[in-house]
Design a protein around this ligand. Structure first.
Ligand SMILES: Cc1ncc(C[n+]2csc(CCOP(=O)(O)OP(=O)(O)O)c2C)c(N)n1
Ligand SMILES: [Mg+2]
Length: 735
């Protein structure tokens, strides 16, 4: 395995590392020879080698290269990188906010990556076989914007750079997916980009298995900072990537020893190289300002049979006279003096936002590299059968297959006829068993709760190192990385990810779920055990506030289906949606309440009249999921007394809120008292009970006001007063 890497090394590099192929044992020695310190060397500096390099600033931070040497070694790339540095300084200064230090430190690494390794074509930013470049350290957004601008992405004009961080510009404070082509994912919450990249690399492998290496063969590169690697999600992400041997994933760590509070040593002493090695990665440390060394490391990384970490030792704010190597370069404008000093250090004699034509031409030449590869790719694509080509186009566009609607309809008809009493988690499995065969782009998985989430259907096969065509991912107990990886898969395109855990552990995935919503990605969260209805596992596992939290999140559809029919409908919507979906599913069995088949997807309206009042309407009982059956029982109790009660099933509030006023008025007319029933907290319910023409005097709620308890499900529902009798009494009291 080492020989491959060695072959890729240039001779110059060999002189820096005693044994370049010896990447993970012992990392300490490599680092000693390279930087004169341990991997976690902030604790163990070897003083003789840590003298400040002349010309690059006041503090020592073991890179060997000086600005003079950088200039001499590779004037072209030095100038290209300086263009990135000054754009970052100038844009942050103009906005009077932003993060100049990281782009200034990582400009050399980014230049080498784009100049000699990244497969991209700014003329076709959506080219499916492009390499993916993720800036996980999203605060360094100006590095990405500078790269996109200089390489000629149409969206990233100089005006956009000048309007950095202003309302309506594409150049938001942190890179936002959808703002400009070339921004592959939204980053800023540290660590997310790294975990997205793991998902992208998995999607690439899955697509390659399906469509062949000729048309799917690209890498995923990520720039991470110290912050990304400190975040817990990084541990989940790197161990998942290591286990899956995602050899086309290459992480470039901005190893600058600084974070916001100051020196990283204040808060961290991790030996990152050992950490990654133990997770199954190849690792190498380089001087992040030595372009030849970076270049060689990237060449080596591309030949590795494992994911690769390249630790790039850099100077944050390179060239800033007093702020380099300090937290002052991290997240504030440098100020006129520092900017002038840095310009002088680079020998950059041009005004703000001014890039000399020769340097622009070099960047354009770099960008032109990808065109030939893309043309070749087009030829290979054209050699696929017509069917394969249209299937490729369909999945890349994220369009659901034509057969999906029919499969769901047939399933609904069958359920309404058979009227099973099943848990909705089981109903979800049944739905997936109908969906997965007609939708070959689905990639399922679970965070070690496969048997509980019911996410595995027959014939999917395991996605693994030697079976990339498998469509089921054993994510392990890594909820956060699972969610973020699914974001990465959805962003990559060509696959439709879904993954399961308990609804309660939404908390553990929340950071990434929020980004699914922010980015509008088709990710389906299969969240089972959705209430006290899970029973004996008790309050640690019983969500009460999670539905409210999810519903408070914009742009995410929260489904709580009442039976197997609604579950099938929810799946259909989730898979044809441009937003993420949460399916909150029960552990306990539920009767079929949709006993009369209709082809129409009633769940798509968000709420609908499930059962009309038999007597004159006096009450409207609104419920979701497992409590719809309780509402139906309560209706029977009220009707027995001659009091008409309508039952409204509300599987998805978001979709109901999006209906027109007339429809909402039809479902929730004035007059009758309203009782909401949901085994969760009341928060959010008042819109349906007191808003929408309801009134406080005529509104009540039956649900949870506290955490749950450990007991059999029937006992819990009685204990917490979520019963048909309680609902009927509440309605009566309000009448
Ligand atoms: C999840 C998360 N927590 C906190 C922050 C705020 N934050 C932004 S950058 C940063 C420091 C990151 O340090 P490092 O990655 O080393 O960046 P550098 O200072 O080297 O550019 C912090 C704490 C964030 N963006 N995301
Ligand atoms: Mg740092």
């Amino acid at each position: 395995m080492q020989m491959k890497g060695l072959a890729g090394c240039v001779a110059g590099f060999m002189s820096h590392l005693a044994m370049p192929g010896l990447t993970h044992r012992p990392p300490i020695r490599i680092l000693r020879s390279n930087f004169g310190r341990r991997a976690s060397g902030r604790n163990h500096p070897v003083k003789s080698i840590r003298a400040a390099p002349a010309g690059v600033g006041p503090q020592s931070w073991g890179t060997r290269v000086t600005i003079e040497k950088m200039k001499a070694a590779d004037p072209r790339r030095f100038a290209m990188a300086n263009a990135l540095r000054v754009l970052a300084m100038d844009a942050v200064e103009a906005a009077q906010s932003g993060h100049p230090g990281m782009p200034m430190g990582m400009a050399d690494v980014a230049t080498v990556l784009f100049d000699n390794h990244l497969k991209f074509d700014p003329a076709a930013p959506d080219w499916p076989d492009r390499d993916r470049f993720v800036l996980s350290a999203g605060h360094g957004s100006m590095l990405l914007y500078g790269l996109l601008h200089l390489t000629g992405y149409g969206d990233m004009t100089l005006d956009q750079i000048k309007n950095f961080r202003q309302l309506g510009s594409r150049t938001a404070g942190h890179p936002e997916y959808g703002h400009a082509k070339g921004i592959e994912t939204t980053t800023g919450p540290l660590g997310q980009g790294l975990a997205n990249a793991v998902g992208m690399a998995m999607a690439e492998q899955s697509m390659a298995a399906r469509f062949g290496r000729k048309v799917v063969d690209h890498r995923t590169y990520v720039i991470v900072g110290d912050g990304c690697l400190m975040e817990g999600i990084s541990q989940e992400a790197i161990t998942l990537a290591g286990r899956q041997r995602l050899s086309k994933l290459i992480v470039l760590w901005d190893d600058n020893g600084i974070s916001i509070d100051g020196k990283l040593s204040l808060s961290d002493a991790t030996d990152q190289l050992t950490r990654f090695t133990s997770a199954g990665w190849e690792v190498r440390a380089v001087d992040g300002h030595d372009v030849a060394e970076i270049d060689a490391a990237l060449t080596w990384a591309k030949g590795n049979g494992k994911p690769t970490l390249i630790a790039c030792k850099t100077h944050i704010g390179l060239g800033a006279p007093t702020k380099q190597d300090t937290a002052k370069a991290h997240g504030a404008p440098l100020g006129a003096d520092e900017i002038a000093g840095a310009r002088a250090a680079y020998g950059w004699a041009h005004g703000p936002f001014e890039i000399p034509e020769a340097i622009r031409a070099d960047w354009r030449a770099t960008a032109a590299r990808g065109a030939a590869a893309r043309v070749q790719w087009q030829v290979w694509l054209g050699k696929l059968s017509n069917t394969k080509q249209s299937e490729f186009a369909r999945v890349v566009a994220g369009a659901a297959p034509k057969k999906l609607a029919g499969a769901i309809r047939a399933l609904k008809r069958q359920i309404s006829a058979e009227q099973p009493k099943v848990a909705t988690r089981k109903a979800s499995e049944t739905a997936l068993a109908a969906i997965n065969p007609v939708m070959p782009e689905t990639i399922g998985g679970s965070a070690d709760l496969t048997g509980s989430n019911n996410t595995l259907t027959p014939g999917l096969g395991t996605f693994d190192v030697d079976s990339r065509g498998g469509r089921y991912v054993y994510y392990g107990i890594r909820e956060h990385a699972m969610a973020a990886a699914m974001n990465g898969m959805a962003l990559h395109g060509g696959v439709a990810p879904y993954g399961g855990t308990f609804l309660c552990f939404t908390d553990y995935a929340r950071g990434a779920m929020r980004l699914s919503a922010l980015m509008g990605q088709r990710v389906v969260y299969v969240m089972t055990h959705d209430s006290i209805g899970l029973g004996e596992d008790g309050p640690t596992h019983q969500p009460v506030e999670h539905l409210a939290m999810l519903r408070a999140t914009p742009n995410i559809n929260v489904f709580r289906p009442a039976d197997a029919v609604e579950t099938a409908e929810a799946w259909e919507i989730a898979l044809t949606s441009r937003a993420p979906s949460v399916l909150a599913l029960t552990r306990q069995g539920l009767p079929t309440v949709r006993t009369k088949h209709t082809n129409r997807n009633l769940t798509a309206r968000g709420a609908y009249v499930l059962a009309e009042a038999d007597h004159k309407r006096r009450a409207i009982l609104l419920a979701t999921g497992s409590e719809v059956a309780i509402a139906m029982e309560a209706k029977a109790l009220l009707e027995a007394r001659g009091l008409g009660a309508r039952v409204v099933s509300m599987p998805c509030w978001e979709l109901f809120a999006a209906q027109d006023e007339a429809y909402r008025r039809k479902v929730l007319p004035v007059g009758a008292v309203r009782v909401g029933i949901e085994a969760a907290v009341r928060q959010g319910w008042d819109r349906w009970l007191m808003g929408e023409r309801g009134t406080e005097k005529k509104a009540g709620f039956i649900g949870m006001e506290s955490f749950g308890a450990s007991a059999p499900v029937g006992d819990l529902y009685r204990h917490f007063g979520i019963t048909a009798e309680a609902v009927a009494e509440k309605a009566l009291a309000l009448m």
